[in-house]
Ligand binder design. Structure first.
Ligand SMILES: *[C@@H]1O[C@H](CO)[C@@H](O)[C@H](O)[C@H]1NC(C)=O
Ligand SMILES: *[C@@H]1O[C@H](CO)[C@@H](O)[C@H](O)[C@H]1NC(C)=O
Ligand SMILES: *[C@@H]1O[C@H](CO)[C@@H](O)[C@H](O)[C@H]1NC(C)=O
Ligand SMILES: *[C@@H]1O[C@H](CO)[C@@H](O)[C@H](O)[C@H]1NC(C)=O
Ligand SMILES: *[C@@H]1O[C@H](CO)[C@@H](O)[C@H](O)[C@H]1NC(C)=O
Ligand SMILES: *[C@@H]1O[C@H](CO)[C@@H](O)[C@H](O)[C@H]1NC(C)=O
Ligand SMILES: *[C@@H]1O[C@H](CO)[C@@H](O)[C@H](O)[C@H]1NC(C)=O
Ligand SMILES: *[C@@H]1O[C@H](CO)[C@@H](O)[C@H](O)[C@H]1NC(C)=O
Ligand SMILES: *[C@@H]1O[C@H](CO)[C@@H](O)[C@H](O)[C@H]1NC(C)=O
Ligand SMILES: *[C@@H]1O[C@H](CO)[C@@H](O)[C@H](O)[C@H]1NC(C)=O
Length: 319
Protein backbone atom coordinates (compact mmCIF):
# COMPACT_ATOMS: atom_id res chain seq x y z
CA UNK A 1 0.00 0.00 0.00
CA UNK A 2 2.91 2.32 0.78
CA UNK A 3 4.40 1.48 -2.57
CA UNK A 4 1.16 2.26 -4.38
CA UNK A 5 1.02 5.60 -2.64
CA UNK A 6 4.58 6.49 -3.67
CA UNK A 7 3.86 5.33 -7.21
CA UNK A 8 0.78 7.55 -7.47
CA UNK A 9 2.71 10.44 -5.95
CA UNK A 10 5.53 10.01 -8.48
CA UNK A 11 3.03 9.77 -11.29
CA UNK A 12 1.51 13.03 -10.15
CA UNK A 13 4.90 14.72 -10.21
CA UNK A 14 5.54 13.42 -13.72
CA UNK A 15 2.18 14.78 -14.90
CA UNK A 16 2.67 18.07 -13.14
CA UNK A 17 6.12 18.48 -14.67
CA UNK A 18 4.81 17.57 -18.12
CA UNK A 19 1.90 19.95 -17.70
CA UNK A 20 4.16 22.74 -16.54
CA UNK A 21 6.54 22.16 -19.43
CA UNK A 22 3.74 22.12 -21.99
CA UNK A 23 2.14 25.16 -20.44
CA UNK A 24 5.32 27.22 -20.36
CA UNK A 25 6.43 26.43 -23.92
CA UNK A 26 2.92 27.12 -25.16
CA UNK A 27 3.02 30.46 -23.39
CA UNK A 28 6.43 31.28 -24.90
CA UNK A 29 5.26 30.71 -28.43
CA UNK A 30 1.96 32.52 -27.82
CA UNK A 31 3.87 35.57 -26.61
CA UNK A 32 6.31 35.61 -29.48
CA UNK A 33 3.50 35.04 -31.96
CA UNK A 34 1.75 38.08 -30.48
CA UNK A 35 4.89 40.02 -31.32
CA UNK A 36 4.99 38.48 -34.78
CA UNK A 37 1.38 39.49 -35.49
CA UNK A 38 2.12 43.01 -34.29
CA UNK A 39 5.19 43.27 -36.54
CA UNK A 40 3.20 41.95 -39.51
CA UNK A 41 0.52 44.55 -38.80
CA UNK A 42 3.22 47.25 -38.72
CA UNK A 43 4.63 45.99 -42.02
CA UNK A 44 1.14 45.92 -43.58
CA UNK A 45 0.83 49.69 -43.12
CA UNK A 46 4.09 50.44 -44.89
CA UNK A 47 3.45 51.03 -48.57
CA UNK A 48 6.95 51.89 -49.77
CA UNK A 49 10.01 49.88 -48.72
CA UNK A 50 12.79 50.94 -51.13
CA UNK A 51 15.52 48.62 -49.87
CA UNK A 52 13.09 45.71 -49.56
CA UNK A 53 14.08 45.05 -45.97
CA UNK A 54 10.60 44.20 -44.80
CA UNK A 55 9.45 42.41 -47.94
CA UNK A 56 12.54 40.21 -48.22
CA UNK A 57 13.99 39.91 -44.75
CA UNK A 58 10.86 39.77 -42.60
CA UNK A 59 10.07 36.18 -43.57
CA UNK A 60 7.69 34.05 -41.52
CA UNK A 61 10.08 31.14 -42.15
CA UNK A 62 12.40 32.46 -39.46
CA UNK A 63 11.80 33.69 -35.94
CA UNK A 64 11.04 37.41 -35.67
CA UNK A 65 14.16 37.58 -33.50
CA UNK A 66 16.19 37.17 -36.72
CA UNK A 67 14.34 39.91 -38.57
CA UNK A 68 16.32 42.96 -39.50
CA UNK A 69 15.81 45.80 -37.03
CA UNK A 70 14.21 43.50 -34.45
CA UNK A 71 15.97 42.56 -31.21
CA UNK A 72 14.62 40.06 -28.70
CA UNK A 73 15.46 39.73 -25.05
CA UNK A 74 14.36 37.19 -22.50
CA UNK A 75 11.66 38.63 -20.31
CA UNK A 76 10.33 36.50 -17.45
CA UNK A 77 11.30 33.13 -19.00
CA UNK A 78 9.92 34.04 -22.40
CA UNK A 79 11.61 35.60 -25.39
CA UNK A 80 10.02 38.86 -26.49
CA UNK A 81 10.78 41.74 -28.86
CA UNK A 82 12.49 44.52 -26.91
CA UNK A 83 13.76 46.77 -29.68
CA UNK A 84 12.54 47.84 -33.12
CA UNK A 85 14.93 49.92 -35.20
CA UNK A 86 13.63 50.91 -38.64
CA UNK A 87 15.69 54.10 -38.87
CA UNK A 88 16.97 55.46 -42.22
CA UNK A 89 15.13 52.90 -44.35
CA UNK A 90 13.14 55.27 -46.58
CA UNK A 91 9.86 53.70 -45.46
CA UNK A 92 6.55 55.36 -46.29
CA UNK A 93 3.44 54.56 -44.29
CA UNK A 94 1.49 55.11 -41.11
CA UNK A 95 2.31 53.74 -37.67
CA UNK A 96 0.08 50.77 -36.86
CA UNK A 97 -1.81 50.86 -33.55
CA UNK A 98 -0.87 47.17 -33.19
CA UNK A 99 2.59 48.39 -32.20
CA UNK A 100 1.05 48.45 -28.71
CA UNK A 101 1.08 44.62 -28.69
CA UNK A 102 4.88 44.62 -28.60
CA UNK A 103 4.41 44.68 -24.82
CA UNK A 104 8.09 44.51 -23.88
CA UNK A 105 9.37 47.09 -26.34
CA UNK A 106 11.92 49.41 -24.75
CA UNK A 107 13.45 51.03 -27.84
CA UNK A 108 11.67 52.28 -30.94
CA UNK A 109 13.65 54.00 -33.69
CA UNK A 110 11.75 55.29 -36.71
CA UNK A 111 14.18 58.13 -37.44
CA UNK A 112 14.30 59.60 -40.94
CA UNK A 113 11.62 57.74 -42.82
CA UNK A 114 8.36 59.05 -44.24
CA UNK A 115 5.89 57.96 -41.61
CA UNK A 116 2.86 60.23 -41.83
CA UNK A 117 -0.44 60.71 -40.01
CA UNK A 118 -0.91 60.76 -36.26
CA UNK A 119 0.99 58.80 -33.64
CA UNK A 120 -1.47 56.10 -32.52
CA UNK A 121 -2.75 56.62 -28.95
CA UNK A 122 -2.29 52.88 -28.29
CA UNK A 123 1.43 53.58 -27.98
CA UNK A 124 0.65 54.73 -24.43
CA UNK A 125 0.34 51.06 -23.44
CA UNK A 126 4.06 50.45 -23.92
CA UNK A 127 5.08 50.74 -20.29
CA UNK A 128 8.61 49.39 -20.73
CA UNK A 129 9.62 52.05 -23.21
CA UNK A 130 12.94 53.75 -22.53
CA UNK A 131 13.92 55.38 -25.82
CA UNK A 132 11.64 56.69 -28.55
CA UNK A 133 13.12 58.21 -31.70
CA UNK A 134 10.57 59.41 -34.26
CA UNK A 135 12.44 62.40 -35.67
CA UNK A 136 12.54 63.23 -39.37
CA UNK A 137 9.14 61.99 -40.53
CA UNK A 138 5.86 63.65 -41.54
CA UNK A 139 3.86 62.93 -38.42
CA UNK A 140 0.87 65.22 -37.91
CA UNK A 141 -1.71 65.94 -35.25
CA UNK A 142 -1.54 67.63 -31.88
CA UNK A 143 1.59 67.01 -29.84
CA UNK A 144 0.61 63.86 -27.97
CA UNK A 145 2.92 64.17 -24.98
CA UNK A 146 0.42 62.58 -22.62
CA UNK A 147 0.77 59.29 -24.52
CA UNK A 148 4.24 59.12 -23.02
CA UNK A 149 3.18 60.01 -19.49
CA UNK A 150 2.62 56.41 -18.52
CA UNK A 151 6.08 55.24 -19.48
CA UNK A 152 7.92 55.43 -16.16
CA UNK A 153 11.29 54.45 -17.65
CA UNK A 154 11.23 56.83 -20.61
CA UNK A 155 14.62 58.57 -20.88
CA UNK A 156 14.74 59.84 -24.44
CA UNK A 157 11.91 61.22 -26.54
CA UNK A 158 12.61 62.57 -30.03
CA UNK A 159 9.62 63.90 -31.96
CA UNK A 160 11.70 66.52 -33.80
CA UNK A 161 11.34 67.40 -37.50
CA UNK A 162 7.74 66.38 -37.97
CA UNK A 163 4.56 68.35 -38.58
CA UNK A 164 3.13 68.27 -35.08
CA UNK A 165 0.90 71.08 -33.85
CA UNK A 166 -0.56 72.00 -30.46
CA UNK A 167 0.99 73.25 -27.25
CA UNK A 168 3.17 72.11 -24.37
CA UNK A 169 0.67 71.24 -21.67
CA UNK A 170 1.68 72.37 -18.15
CA UNK A 171 1.79 68.94 -16.61
CA UNK A 172 3.33 67.00 -19.45
CA UNK A 173 6.52 66.21 -17.59
CA UNK A 174 4.92 65.41 -14.27
CA UNK A 175 5.12 61.66 -14.64
CA UNK A 176 8.20 61.55 -16.80
CA UNK A 177 10.58 61.35 -13.90
CA UNK A 178 13.24 59.49 -15.91
CA UNK A 179 13.16 61.77 -18.94
CA UNK A 180 16.56 63.20 -19.81
CA UNK A 181 16.29 64.31 -23.41
CA UNK A 182 13.28 65.92 -25.05
CA UNK A 183 13.51 67.00 -28.69
CA UNK A 184 10.47 68.69 -30.14
CA UNK A 185 12.32 71.02 -32.50
CA UNK A 186 11.21 71.75 -36.07
CA UNK A 187 7.49 71.24 -35.68
CA UNK A 188 4.63 73.75 -35.60
CA UNK A 189 4.10 74.01 -31.86
CA UNK A 190 2.39 77.10 -30.48
CA UNK A 191 1.68 78.67 -27.10
CA UNK A 192 4.04 79.30 -24.23
CA UNK A 193 6.57 77.26 -22.27
CA UNK A 194 4.75 76.35 -19.04
CA UNK A 195 6.30 77.43 -15.75
CA UNK A 196 5.91 73.89 -14.44
CA UNK A 197 8.42 72.72 -17.05
CA UNK A 198 10.56 69.94 -15.77
CA UNK A 199 9.39 70.33 -12.20
CA UNK A 200 10.45 67.15 -10.46
CA UNK A 201 12.36 65.79 -13.43
CA UNK A 202 16.03 65.64 -14.23
CA UNK A 203 15.86 66.96 -17.75
CA UNK A 204 19.30 67.32 -19.41
CA UNK A 205 18.45 68.41 -22.92
CA UNK A 206 15.47 70.52 -23.90
CA UNK A 207 15.14 71.28 -27.62
CA UNK A 208 12.10 73.19 -28.85
CA UNK A 209 13.81 75.35 -31.46
CA UNK A 210 12.12 76.24 -34.75
CA UNK A 211 8.52 76.18 -33.68
CA UNK A 212 6.10 79.06 -33.13
CA UNK A 213 6.29 79.32 -29.36
CA UNK A 214 5.41 82.70 -27.82
CA UNK A 215 5.39 84.46 -24.47
CA UNK A 216 7.87 84.98 -21.70
CA UNK A 217 10.24 82.13 -20.91
CA UNK A 218 9.65 81.02 -17.31
CA UNK A 219 12.73 81.62 -15.10
CA UNK A 220 12.23 78.07 -13.81
CA UNK A 221 13.57 76.75 -17.12
CA UNK A 222 16.95 78.29 -16.38
CA UNK A 223 16.83 76.82 -12.90
CA UNK A 224 16.48 73.11 -13.63
CA UNK A 225 18.95 71.17 -11.58
CA UNK A 226 20.20 68.82 -14.34
CA UNK A 227 19.90 70.99 -17.44
CA UNK A 228 22.82 70.93 -19.90
CA UNK A 229 21.38 72.05 -23.21
CA UNK A 230 18.67 74.62 -23.81
CA UNK A 231 17.70 75.13 -27.45
CA UNK A 232 14.97 77.75 -27.97
CA UNK A 233 16.11 79.43 -31.22
CA UNK A 234 13.69 80.34 -33.96
CA UNK A 235 10.54 80.99 -31.98
CA UNK A 236 8.79 84.20 -30.90
CA UNK A 237 9.81 84.08 -27.26
CA UNK A 238 10.16 87.28 -25.28
CA UNK A 239 11.06 88.59 -21.85
CA UNK A 240 14.50 88.90 -20.32
CA UNK A 241 16.99 86.48 -18.83
CA UNK A 242 16.80 86.15 -15.02
CA UNK A 243 19.28 88.34 -13.07
CA UNK A 244 20.38 85.42 -10.95
CA UNK A 245 20.98 83.25 -13.97
CA UNK A 246 23.44 80.46 -13.25
CA UNK A 247 23.37 80.90 -9.49
CA UNK A 248 24.10 77.28 -8.51
CA UNK A 249 21.43 75.63 -10.56
CA UNK A 250 22.73 76.21 -14.06
CA UNK A 251 26.18 75.03 -13.13
CA UNK A 252 26.00 72.24 -15.69
CA UNK A 253 24.75 74.27 -18.65
CA UNK A 254 26.89 73.63 -21.72
CA UNK A 255 24.76 74.98 -24.52
CA UNK A 256 22.38 77.92 -24.62
CA UNK A 257 20.87 78.73 -28.01
CA UNK A 258 18.18 81.39 -27.91
CA UNK A 259 18.79 83.31 -31.16
CA UNK A 260 16.01 84.49 -33.51
CA UNK A 261 13.48 85.37 -30.84
CA UNK A 262 12.30 88.63 -29.27
CA UNK A 263 14.26 88.60 -26.02
CA UNK A 264 14.93 91.99 -24.40
CA UNK A 265 16.88 93.43 -21.50
CA UNK A 266 20.54 93.04 -20.56
CA UNK A 267 22.70 89.95 -20.57
CA UNK A 268 22.98 89.24 -16.83
CA UNK A 269 26.52 89.50 -15.49
CA UNK A 270 25.86 86.36 -13.43
CA UNK A 271 26.39 84.52 -16.73
CA UNK A 272 30.00 83.97 -15.63
CA UNK A 273 28.72 81.46 -13.07
CA UNK A 274 27.78 79.18 -15.98
CA UNK A 275 31.35 77.92 -16.05
CA UNK A 276 30.52 74.86 -18.17
CA UNK A 277 29.15 76.93 -21.07
CA UNK A 278 30.70 75.94 -24.40
CA UNK A 279 28.19 77.22 -26.93
CA UNK A 280 26.06 80.31 -26.60
CA UNK A 281 24.00 82.09 -29.22
CA UNK A 282 21.84 85.12 -28.46
CA UNK A 283 21.90 86.78 -31.88
CA UNK A 284 18.81 88.20 -33.65
CA UNK A 285 17.05 89.35 -30.50
CA UNK A 286 16.54 92.69 -28.82
CA UNK A 287 19.05 92.41 -26.00
CA UNK A 288 20.36 95.80 -24.91
CA UNK A 289 22.97 97.40 -22.66
CA UNK A 290 26.65 96.69 -22.22
CA UNK A 291 28.06 93.25 -22.94
CA UNK A 292 29.10 92.04 -19.48
CA UNK A 293 32.86 91.77 -19.05
CA UNK A 294 32.27 88.54 -17.19
CA UNK A 295 31.53 86.71 -20.45
CA UNK A 296 35.30 86.66 -21.00
CA UNK A 297 35.60 84.57 -17.87
CA UNK A 298 33.84 81.59 -19.40
CA UNK A 299 36.99 79.60 -20.01
CA UNK A 300 35.38 76.69 -21.86
CA UNK A 301 33.40 78.85 -24.28
CA UNK A 302 34.08 77.82 -27.87
CA UNK A 303 31.39 79.67 -29.79
CA UNK A 304 29.62 82.93 -28.92
CA UNK A 305 27.09 84.75 -31.09
CA UNK A 306 25.72 88.12 -29.99
CA UNK A 307 25.08 89.85 -33.33
CA UNK A 308 21.92 91.67 -34.38
CA UNK A 309 20.96 93.00 -30.99
CA UNK A 310 21.15 96.43 -29.40
CA UNK A 311 24.29 95.63 -27.40
CA UNK A 312 27.34 97.80 -26.81
CA UNK A 313 30.89 97.12 -25.79
CA UNK A 314 33.31 94.32 -26.44
CA UNK A 315 34.04 90.80 -25.38
CA UNK A 316 37.16 90.66 -23.23
CA UNK A 317 38.99 87.42 -22.86
CA UNK A 318 40.35 87.42 -19.33
CA UNK A 319 42.87 84.61 -19.62
C1 LIG B 1 -3.34 43.24 -30.37
O1 LIG B 1 -4.01 42.96 -29.15
C2 LIG B 1 -5.41 43.21 -29.20
C3 LIG B 1 -5.98 42.96 -27.82
O2 LIG B 1 -5.46 41.79 -27.26
C4 LIG B 1 -6.06 42.34 -30.26
O3 LIG B 1 -7.43 42.63 -30.36
C5 LIG B 1 -5.38 42.59 -31.59
O4 LIG B 1 -5.89 41.72 -32.58
C6 LIG B 1 -3.88 42.40 -31.49
N1 LIG B 1 -3.25 42.72 -32.74
C7 LIG B 1 -2.46 41.89 -33.38
C8 LIG B 1 -1.87 42.39 -34.65
O5 LIG B 1 -2.20 40.78 -32.94
C1 LIG C 1 17.64 39.20 -42.23
O1 LIG C 1 18.66 40.10 -41.80
C2 LIG C 1 19.41 39.60 -40.71
C3 LIG C 1 20.32 40.72 -40.22
O2 LIG C 1 20.90 41.41 -41.28
C4 LIG C 1 20.16 38.36 -41.16
O3 LIG C 1 20.93 37.82 -40.10
C5 LIG C 1 19.15 37.31 -41.63
O4 LIG C 1 19.81 36.17 -42.14
C6 LIG C 1 18.24 37.89 -42.71
N1 LIG C 1 17.20 36.94 -43.00
C7 LIG C 1 16.74 36.72 -44.21
C8 LIG C 1 15.66 35.70 -44.33
O5 LIG C 1 17.17 37.31 -45.18
C1 LIG D 1 18.16 55.97 -33.38
O1 LIG D 1 18.03 57.20 -34.02
C2 LIG D 1 18.98 58.19 -33.73
C3 LIG D 1 18.67 59.45 -34.45
O2 LIG D 1 17.41 59.93 -34.15
C4 LIG D 1 20.35 57.67 -34.10
O3 LIG D 1 21.32 58.67 -33.89
C5 LIG D 1 20.62 56.47 -33.24
O4 LIG D 1 21.86 55.90 -33.61
C6 LIG D 1 19.58 55.42 -33.33
N1 LIG D 1 19.78 54.57 -32.17
C7 LIG D 1 19.61 53.27 -32.17
C8 LIG D 1 19.95 52.54 -30.91
O5 LIG D 1 19.19 52.66 -33.11
C1 LIG E 1 17.22 61.29 -44.38
O1 LIG E 1 16.86 60.57 -45.53
C2 LIG E 1 16.92 61.29 -46.73
C3 LIG E 1 16.45 60.37 -47.82
O2 LIG E 1 15.33 59.66 -47.42
C4 LIG E 1 18.34 61.80 -46.96
O3 LIG E 1 18.37 62.58 -48.11
C5 LIG E 1 18.79 62.61 -45.75
O4 LIG E 1 20.12 62.99 -45.89
C6 LIG E 1 18.61 61.83 -44.49
N1 LIG E 1 18.91 62.65 -43.34
C7 LIG E 1 19.84 62.34 -42.48
C8 LIG E 1 20.00 63.28 -41.34
O5 LIG E 1 20.49 61.32 -42.55
C1 LIG F 1 0.69 59.61 -13.99
O1 LIG F 1 0.69 58.21 -13.83
C2 LIG F 1 -0.40 57.74 -13.06
C3 LIG F 1 -0.20 56.26 -12.81
O2 LIG F 1 0.38 55.62 -13.90
C4 LIG F 1 -1.69 58.04 -13.82
O3 LIG F 1 -2.79 57.59 -13.07
C5 LIG F 1 -1.79 59.56 -14.04
O4 LIG F 1 -2.90 59.85 -14.81
C6 LIG F 1 -0.54 60.08 -14.73
N1 LIG F 1 -0.54 61.53 -14.77
C7 LIG F 1 -0.57 62.23 -15.88
C8 LIG F 1 -0.51 63.71 -15.75
O5 LIG F 1 -0.62 61.68 -16.97
C1 LIG G 1 5.01 69.73 -43.07
O1 LIG G 1 5.57 70.96 -42.77
C2 LIG G 1 6.37 71.49 -43.82
C3 LIG G 1 7.10 72.70 -43.30
O2 LIG G 1 6.34 73.40 -42.38
C4 LIG G 1 5.48 71.77 -44.99
O3 LIG G 1 6.24 72.27 -46.06
C5 LIG G 1 4.80 70.48 -45.42
O4 LIG G 1 3.86 70.75 -46.43
C6 LIG G 1 4.08 69.83 -44.26
N1 LIG G 1 3.67 68.51 -44.68
C7 LIG G 1 2.55 67.95 -44.29
C8 LIG G 1 2.31 66.57 -44.77
O5 LIG G 1 1.75 68.51 -43.56
C1 LIG H 1 6.63 71.66 -8.43
O1 LIG H 1 6.40 70.45 -7.74
C2 LIG H 1 6.23 70.62 -6.33
C3 LIG H 1 6.09 69.26 -5.69
O2 LIG H 1 6.23 68.22 -6.59
C4 LIG H 1 5.00 71.48 -6.08
O3 LIG H 1 4.85 71.69 -4.71
C5 LIG H 1 5.17 72.81 -6.81
O4 LIG H 1 3.98 73.58 -6.68
C6 LIG H 1 5.44 72.59 -8.28
N1 LIG H 1 5.71 73.88 -8.91
C7 LIG H 1 5.14 74.25 -10.04
C8 LIG H 1 5.52 75.58 -10.56
O5 LIG H 1 4.35 73.52 -10.62
C1 LIG I 1 15.77 78.54 -8.43
O1 LIG I 1 16.26 77.57 -7.51
C2 LIG I 1 16.57 78.08 -6.23
C3 LIG I 1 17.18 76.97 -5.41
O2 LIG I 1 16.50 75.77 -5.57
C4 LIG I 1 15.30 78.65 -5.61
O3 LIG I 1 15.61 79.21 -4.37
C5 LIG I 1 14.70 79.72 -6.53
O4 LIG I 1 13.47 80.16 -6.03
C6 LIG I 1 14.47 79.17 -7.92
N1 LIG I 1 14.05 80.22 -8.81
C7 LIG I 1 13.08 80.03 -9.72
C8 LIG I 1 12.75 81.21 -10.58
O5 LIG I 1 12.50 78.97 -9.88
C1 LIG J 1 13.52 96.31 -29.90
O1 LIG J 1 13.38 97.28 -28.90
C2 LIG J 1 13.11 98.57 -29.42
C3 LIG J 1 13.15 99.57 -28.27
O2 LIG J 1 12.60 99.04 -27.11
C4 LIG J 1 11.76 98.53 -30.12
O3 LIG J 1 11.48 99.78 -30.67
C5 LIG J 1 11.81 97.48 -31.22
O4 LIG J 1 10.54 97.36 -31.82
C6 LIG J 1 12.24 96.14 -30.68
N1 LIG J 1 12.44 95.21 -31.79
C7 LIG J 1 12.02 93.94 -31.75
C8 LIG J 1 12.36 93.15 -32.97
O5 LIG J 1 11.42 93.48 -30.81
C1 LIG K 1 36.04 84.34 -12.97
O1 LIG K 1 35.61 83.05 -12.50
C2 LIG K 1 36.31 82.60 -11.37
C3 LIG K 1 35.84 81.20 -11.06
O2 LIG K 1 34.44 81.13 -10.99
C4 LIG K 1 36.08 83.55 -10.22
O3 LIG K 1 36.83 83.14 -9.11
C5 LIG K 1 36.51 84.97 -10.63
O4 LIG K 1 36.19 85.89 -9.63
C6 LIG K 1 35.81 85.37 -11.91
N1 LIG K 1 36.26 86.67 -12.37
C7 LIG K 1 35.45 87.61 -12.85
C8 LIG K 1 36.08 88.88 -13.30
O5 LIG K 1 34.25 87.43 -12.94
Amino acid sequence: MDNTCIFIFNLMIVFMTLYYYRFSTAQDSVSLSTDQHALEAIKAQISVDPSGVLSKNWSTKTSVCNWKGVTCGSQSRTQRVISLDLSYMGLVGTISPHIANLSFLSLLNLTNNSFYGPIPPEIAQLRHMEKVYMGGNYLTGRLPLWYFNNMPKLEILYLNENNLTGTLSPYFLNNMTSLKTLRLNDNSLQGYIPKEIGNGSCLHDFHVNDNQLTGVVPPALFNLSCIRKIELSGNRLSGSLPDDMCNDQLGKLRLLFISHNAFTGPIPSSINKCQQLRYMSMSFNNFSGIIPREIGNLTLLKELYLGDNDLQGMVYKLI
